[in-house]
Design a protein around this ligand. Structure first.
Ligand SMILES: *Cc1c(COP(=O)(O)O)cnc(C)c1O
Length: 354
């Protein structure tokens, strides 16, 4: 069988070692004779998994005790609502958002249900082909929300604005892919299924001092403070997803951490973008300076080559290359676990199209 090169946008490729070890844990967890799937989440062995998963996040992010780490459910999509519930003031609540893609727009939609939202920067009118910059966010806002990487449109924020309010970021599709100063954020969230594990759990990292100020009676499952008090065990956590996420983060930490991942990610992105820029049969959609390291979106300049190109990449064992339905074309998602070798295979297929 041909080796599969998995460019899927999420859920996506994880380190082979993670698949192996999580498969072992399903059959026999820690030599206990029990499956990871049948033990109590309150058991000593699982509590240790949750504790270590939360601790490793803090180490990787280089954050201190003023931050709390949560493993929740409901995906990044539930965070679109949890953020305003916890941070937007009950009366006169007002937040600033940038609209940089489908997910950012989803976050805006939910926040509008709870208060006033000002969209302070948007690339919507230009099909989300760039990252808006140069805006000022004053202290009249409860918080500012941005999306670091726009998974569908292939744009990524290279820097984050200095704001006079809380800085909140959806990092679902580029978390742990590059070195950034995490301490500039007050709240970070990410669905695990793109760079830090399988689907089923969501990371939230929050600065404790910002909580408890919205004046809202927050439904228990949406209340960060309650989840913090219960150490992410208010209700039954998604034990398998948390365990596989721990394995993914251990793999990252044992292989040079975020700095090493960034180096690989830059090499992969350069490999594909250089070829697309050189090759007159292909083009990208977005502004060069805003191109994502994680999701390279591109198209054929001559649609009559589509059938031939599609057959060629499929024959090379490439999976998950079709662009999102809202953009079309192709999307090479190159998350941490995707080897450079897979990008080389894709680049060779691109080069061979005549
Ligand atoms: C995938 C994605 C989401 C949605 O995540 P779910 O966990 O499916 O809710 C939100 N934001 C970004 C940036 C994403 O890439």
């Amino acid at each position: 069988m041909t080796k599969i090169h998995n460019f899927s946008a999420g859920p996506c490729i994880l380190p082979q070692e993670v698949f192996q070890k999580s498969a072992e844990a399903i059959l026999d967890f820690n030599g206990s004779g029990l499956s990871l799937l049948e033990i109590s989440h309150r058991s000593k062995d699982f509590v240790a998994v949750m504790d270590e998963a939360r601790a490793i996040i803090k180490r990787l992010m280089n954050l201190g005790d003023d931050y709390e780490v949560l493993y929740l459910q409901g995906g990044a999509s539930l965070q679109f609502a949890m953020v305003p519930f916890n941070l937007m003031k009950l009366e006169s609540g007002k937040a600033a958002y940038t609209d940089t893609g489908t997910w950012a727009a989803g976050a805006i939609k939910e926040a509008k249900k709870l208060g006033k939202v000002d969209v302070v920067g948007s690339s919507k009118e230009e099909n989300y082909s760039f990252i808006p910059k140069d805006f000022k966010i004053g202290s009249e806002y409860d918080y500012f929300h941005c999306t670091s990487n726009n998974t569908i449109y292939g744009t990524e924020m290279k820097t984050f604005p200095k704001v006079d309010t809380l800085l909140v970021c959806d990092m679902s599709s580029d978390i742990f892919s590059r070195v950034i100063d995490f301490s500039q954020f007050d709240l970070i969230y990410a669905g695990a299924q793109k760079n830090m594990g399988p689907a089923g759990t969501t990371l939230v990292v929050v600065k404790k001092e910002i909580l408890g100020k919205s004046g809202r009676d927050i439904p228990s499952m949406l209340d960060y403070s309650l989840h913090i008090a219960k150490e992410s065990m208010y209700n039954t956590p998604p034990v398998f997803a948390v365990y596989a996420s721990l394995l993914t983060l251990q793999h990252l930490e044992n292989n040079g951490g975020i700095a090493a991942a960034e180096k690989n990610n830059i090499a992969k992105a350069e490999l594909i973008y250089n070829e697309i820029d050189r090759n007159p049969l292909f083009a990208t959609y977005c502004k060069v300076e805003d191109r994502s390291l994680m999701n390279a979106c591109f198209k054929l300049t001559d649609e009559s080559k589509k059938e031939e190109f599609d057959a060629a990449w499929k024959a090379a064992g490439i999976n998950g290359l079709n662009g999102h339905r809202s953009l079309g074309g192709y999307r090479a998602s190159m998350y941490n676990a995707l080897p450079l070798e897979s990008v080389q295979v894709l680049v060779d297929v691109i080069k061979n199209l005549k």
